[in-house]
Design a protein around this ligand. Structure first.
Ligand code: C5P
Length: 238
């Protein structure tokens, strides 16, 4: 298990409006979790929602999965850094020059967040894609081989880690070393419903497999007591 400073739990704030997001944030605590703002919430509410969450003391993972020409992505990650987010991500399939531009932009120009640059994370193969979906867009190799290829490229470009399925974490941890950050969604507590997630792991199993950070949405946001649920998860993984 790698040594992580601060909470390993990242709660997915999958809401379509700021009120619901703020209500949930106030029921949580930066002592126990960080927060993820994704495309829905960000598109609906904009950067002010991120600023608000940071004012409450939370580290924010801006999950916008940038994928564009190198110049555009570099400027987008710069804007994310200026906003003060803790983690930001780009699609590894945007290629080497795109990832290197993002890396260089953060290293050179980014404003620092608590003395740290945002962690720059790659998205490899979306877990919604199966072999036949990849074939249809011209990728002949199997999903796992493609994940390995893109992770290798991301690490080569200096990214801090990748988003991956907890079920891939063991393989990636063994191949890409202890310092590489693995961010894993698809986590379910033994007792929580799977919702639309197909292949889930418990927090404990994910951490044992090598996960650095656990992205958890509904099992926490729909819990009767979200903070108690966070605390129970922390207990289960420490
Ligand atoms: O509610 P739940 O725990 O399923 O939320 C998981 C979060 O992680 C959601 O924001 C979802 O979009 C994200 N995610 C995922 N699977 C991936 C990539 C991201 O569930 N492969």
């Amino acid at each position: 298990m790698i040594d992580i400073q601060g909470p390993r739990i990242i709660v997915a704030m999958d809401f379509d409006n700021a009120d619901d997001c703020f209500y949930m944030a106030k029921r949580l605590s930066p002592q126990y979790c960080r927060l993820k703002v994704g495309k829905e919430l960000f598109t609906a509410c904009g950067p002010r929602v991120v600023e608000y969450l940071m004012r409450l003391g939370f580290d924010v993972f801006l999950d916008l999965k940038f994928h564009d020409i190198p110049n555009t992505v570099a400027k987008a990650v710069k804007a994310a850094a200026q906003l003060g987010v803790w983690m930001v991500n780009v699609h590894a399939s945007g290629g080497q020059r795109m990832m290197v531009s993002a890396r260089e932009m953060l290293d050179k120009h980014a404003h620092h967040h608590n003395g740290h640059k945002p962690l720059l994370i790659g998205v490899t193969v979306l877990t919604s894609l199966e072999a036949h979906d990849l074939h249809a867009v011209g990728i002949a190799e199997e999903p796992e081989a493609h994940v390995l290829r893109l992770t290798k490229l991301a690490q080569h470009c200096g990214l801090d880690g990748v988003v991956c399925s907890a079920r891939e974490a063991g393989l990636l941890r063994s191949q890409f070393g202890e310092d590489f950050c693995l961010v894993t969604p698809g986590i379910r507590l033994d007792s929580s419903p799977a919702d639309d997630q197909k292949r889930t792991l418990t927090p404990h199993a994910a951490v044992v497999a090598g996960s650095s950070y656990l992205v958890i949405g509904r099992p926490i946001t729909q819990a009767h007591d979200p903070v108690a649920t966070c605390k129970a998860i922390i207990q289960s993984i420490s």
